[in-house]
Design a protein around this ligand. Structure first.
Ligand code: NAD
Ligand code: DAU
Length: 354
């Protein structure tokens, strides 16, 4: 039996990772540690919540004493760390929360794991601290075909990416200073079921359905590299089990899209699946004030991961988008539960300020 903590397991990517591990590894005890912020939602895990190898613990990773006790009580062998504040626009409004959760929360987990693992006779043998990070730490690329590699220098621009970069440095420092067996991965933009509808793809699908404006930042020319979330979860599985200690792996889909082109694909897909005529929702496109410090282009080179561990995306983008749009159309109740109440007020105020 291995005891593995997955932090942020009630969020978008974390819920897919928890589901994959709980179903694929009945011999593991998976402990989902999540504070349930606005972004955490246990409805994302309904299908596995009663599995015997799954436990949910509502806790804040910044609460050091609780982390120490939990890691010791559960005799934790591995940590897959996804808990974070993850939305760039929120980080521009409230950078402190991002520094607290993403930097201090990561440090709290590292130190709690160190205390426990160093107290064992075997020390760090068979242990693993796997930190999930983002391509945004590398900054922004020009329209010149270059890609982020594992050697690209860190150059974060937003408070979100600065906090993630800082947490990555702490993780590597724990390897270099204490010999903790750490791994860091930096992934590109994820899309798929259960993503909180403040992020581009679920927000726009929901707005198209409700004939609400689609707020395109700037001219819509920024480029993102999109990966289906289940392919990210598959990569995390392979890297957790086979990745080399102290290494960094980039994860991406070689799938760059200019925002405005992606938005047109979303409109065409939603309209078609709802039986509307072609071009019906194009009038919803509304160009609004750009995001402050908006990174122009992200694109990941994941060759190292492919060559070393054989991972590749399993899904073509067209198939992934079709499945994703269909999922949000089929799960309107999931969306309604989130978009009513407090979140609606937040969204209206963000939109009004543009
Ligand atoms: P999310 O915002 O959907 O989920 C974050 C989860 O963390 C939520 O369940 C939330 O309740 C929990 N959480 C937040 N603060 C916490 C705290 N103090 N203690 C315990 N739990 C807390 O995020 P996501 O999009 O699923 O991203 C997960 C991770 O992957 C993040 O670290 C993010 O930086 C990284 N990442 C995301 C993407 C992406 O496209 N979404 C891409 C690359 C990397
Ligand atoms: O690259 C990985 C990152 O991808 C993750 O680390 C972050 O957690 C995740 O949120 C995502 O960051 P982005 O800022 O790229 O994602 P977002 O969905 O917020 O925006 C995608 C693009 O769409 C970006 O260029 C901004 C633009 N956009 C976004 C929103 C919400 C709009 O034009 N209008 C919008 O309303």
């Amino acid at each position: 039996m291995k005891n593995i903590i997955i932090t942020g397991g009630a969020g978008f990517i974390g819920s897919h990772v928890v589901r994959l591990f709980v179903n694929k590894y009945p011999e593991y005890h998976i402990i989902n540690v999540d504070k349930l912020t606005y972004a955490g939602n246990l409805a994302n895990l309904k299908d596995i919540e009663n599995k015997p190898n799954y436990t949910f613990v509502k806790a804040d990773i910044c609460d050091f004493d609780t982390m120490v006790k939990l890691i010791q009580d559960e005799k934790v062998d591995g940590i897959i760390h996804l808990a974070a504040e993850s939305h760039v626009d929120r980080s521009i409004k409230d950078p402190f929360t991002f520094a607290k959760t993403n930097v201090l929360g990561t440090l709290s987990l590292l130190q709690a794991a160190r205390l426990y693992w160093e107290s064992l006779p075997e020390k760090y043998e068979g242990k693993r601290f796997y930190h999930i990070s983002t391509d945004e730490v590398y900054g922004a690329l020009e329209f010149d075909g270059t890609l982020f590699s594992e050697e690209t220098k860190y150059a974060p621009h937003s408070p979100y990416s600065a906090s993630k970069a800082s947490s990555d440095h702490f993780v590597r420092a724990f390897h270099d200073t204490y010999g903790m067996p750490t791994i860091v991965t930096n992934c590109s933009n994820n899309y798929g079921p259960y993503q909180f509808p403040e992020k581009l793809i679920p927000l726009f699908i929901n707005n198209i359905r409700h004939r609400k404006p689609l707020p395109v930042y700037g001219k819509g020319e920024n480029v993102r590299d999109w990966l289906y979330v289940i392919d990210h979860a598959r990569a995390i599985d392979v890297i957790f089990h086979k990745g080399r200690i102290a290494e960094t792996y980039n994860i991406g889909g070689f799938n760059e899209w200019k925002n405005i082109d992606l938005i047109k694909v979303l409109i065409a897909t939603v309209d078609r699946l709802l039986g509307k005529p072609e071009g019906y929702s194009l009038d919803l496109i509304t160009f609004v004030t750009d995001r402050a410090g908006h990174d122009l282009r992200y694109a990941i080179d994941s060759t190292k991961l492919k060559n070393e561990l054989g991972w590749e995306p399993s899904l073509q983008f067209e198939e992934g988008i079709e499945k994703t749009v269909q999922w949000y159309l089929d799960n309107q109740e999931w969306l309604d539960n989130i978009t009513s109440g407090e979140y609606e007020k937040y969204y209206e105020s963000m939109y009004a300020n543009r």
